[in-house]
Design a protein around this ligand. Structure first.
Ligand SMILES: [Zn+2]
Length: 471
């Protein structure tokens, strides 16, 4: 018998199985078929020597943007190049991600969280419980993995926000929340309010680092330590953090004012007027960045006159950013541990995708090099734990029978050498060969996706850390 793919001589890092040593990994029919210190080369139809490289369960980025409204379709290839095999699009909508699969898919798996945005996908900022219930049901039934509450950008009332979290829990729908309501912004007070609004309900609280910029109290470090302390006691809240300096937000202006409250706050933080004119001035001062199409199929950040020109031409669909994320805060988030040694923040994410900051390997391995994490802990934070968050027991490890989602990394260069999804090589040496994509859905979305002929895998909410893994 011959395996479809045989990866030889790599350093296998599989924390679930306690493996950190050179191992050969054989793949057959999209799954891991054998893992052993040595498998004969003759057993593989395609054999790749990975001596000097690390082999790990495919990276799962629990917070990215690849839809046209934020990030953009180039994000699929950018994720594949960064070694990501599965990503959670934290805004959607599903239809735009599917459109993206056609236009620029790279063969990776994407779970879509449809956003709730007043005036766009919901009637206003204070929808009633019936409207909320219908919206959650509609999202799940069409194939979204769950919902994303974009409070920090597009706030709803605290009551409606709490209503969404409660209704998502009632329907066992994955729910991620970017803190912020009509009462509190996307800051430390918004974080505290988010914890309160969840009550005993479960939720995924997005990018913890983003609430700790000192906007609320003037002290980003104290805010981070308080946030970590609050999360430590909250088994119902799972979370992620990212390590990029520049944030990502909408560049769209309506009536001379940025539509996103995050964009407005960033302008104020940088000493600029919270208007379209202020944003123009921020570009010219080198403070505002815009994600723009770069030469090699990836997006890059432009500043200054180049940035201003690019943003002016397409501001409604532009993603802008500002250097507002504190480096010490990222470090504290990475190092925050419970008394038993486990991490307080569930996962390392990037908030990347089409926004050029897919830093799982680049910065995550730097944390390893520094000695704050071990290599297995890096994999735990970027693959194993994320697989548990999403209820995907066949991912996050490379035991026999696991999905053959594999990231091959160059640990010295801190970048991906090869990305394998479902046994297929979708990226090698920077060249993306994958196309299309697979949707990770809630079981309620299966019928709709089958009808549309969309490849899918189901995340099991009864096994998701969100609903099953309370500790
Ligand atoms: Zn985001």
């Amino acid at each position: 018998m011959a395996f479809d793919l045989l990866l030889k001589n790599g350093l296998l890092i599989d924390p679930k199985h306690g493996i950190l040593r050179q191992m050969d990994v054989a793949v057959e029919d999209g799954s891991v078929a054998e893992v052993a210190p040595s498998i004969a080369s003759t057993a593989g139809r395609k054999v790749i020597d990975l001596a000097g490289k690390a082999v790990m369960p495919g990276l799962i980025d629990t917070h990215v943007h690849v839809s046209r409204m934020l990030g953009g379709y180039r994000g699929f290839a950018m994720l594949a190049r960064a070694g990501v095999t599965t990503a959670v699009d934290c805004a959607g909508p599903l239809d735009k991600v599917l459109e993206g699969f056609e236009m620029g898919g790279a063969g990776i798996n994407v779970a879509v969280l449809n956003s709730s945005q007043p005036g766009h996908t919901i009637s206003g900022n204070d929808p009633g419980r019936d409207e909320i219930a219908r919206k959650v049901a509609r999202d799940l039934d069409e194939g979204a993995f769950g919902i994303k509450l974009m409070g920090g950008h597009y706030p709803m009332t605290p009551e409606a926000t709490a209503g969404f979290i409660a209704e998502a829990n009632r329907q066992r729908c994955y729910v991620a929340y970017h803190a912020g309501t009509t009462r509190h912004g996307s800051n430390f007070h918004g974080f505290q309010e988010a914890v309160e609004l969840a009550g005993n309900n479960s939720m995924h609280l997005a990018h913890i680092n983003a609430y700790c910029r000192g906007v609320a109290t003037g002290d980003p470090i104290a805010e981070t330590l308080s946030a970590v302390a609050a999360l430590e006691g909250k088994g119902n809240i799972i979370s992620e953090f990212h390590m990029a300096t520049v944030n990502g937000t909408s560049g769209r202006c309506v009536g001379g004012v940025p539509e996103s409250h995050v964009t407005r706050t960033c302008l104020r933080t940088g000493g600029f007027a919270q208007t379209e004119a202020g944003l123009r001035a921020a570009f010219l001062a080198g403070y505002a960045h815009v994600a723009a199409e770069g030469p090699d199929g990836s997006n890059v950040l432009l500043v200054g006159e180049d940035g201003l020109r690019y943003w002016s031409e397409r501001q409604d669909e532009s993603t802008v950013g500002f250097p507002v994320n504190n480096r010490t805060v990222a470090f504290l988030c990475a190092g925050a541990r419970r008394k038993d040694g486990d991490f307080v923040i569930s996962a390392l994410s990037t908030d990347g995708g089409g926004i050029p900051r897919n830093f799982l390997l680049r910065f995550g391995l730097l944390v390893v090099e520094y000695g704050l994490w071990t290599l297995p802990e890096f994999v735990k934070q970027t693959s194993w734990r994320p697989s548990q968050m999403l209820g995907l027991p066949r991912k996050g490890h490379l035991g026999v029978g696991a999905d053959a989602d594999i990231t091959v990394a160059d640990l010295t260069r801190r970048e991906a050498a090869m990305t394998v999804v479902g046994g297929r090589i979708v990226m090698s040496g920077g060249a993306v060969t994958g196309s299309g994509g697979t949707i990770i859905c809630n079981e309620r979305g299966v019928a709709a996706l089958e009808r549309r002929g969309v490849p899918y895998q189901v995340g099991d909410m009864s096994r998701s850390l969100l609903y099953a893994g309370r500790s």
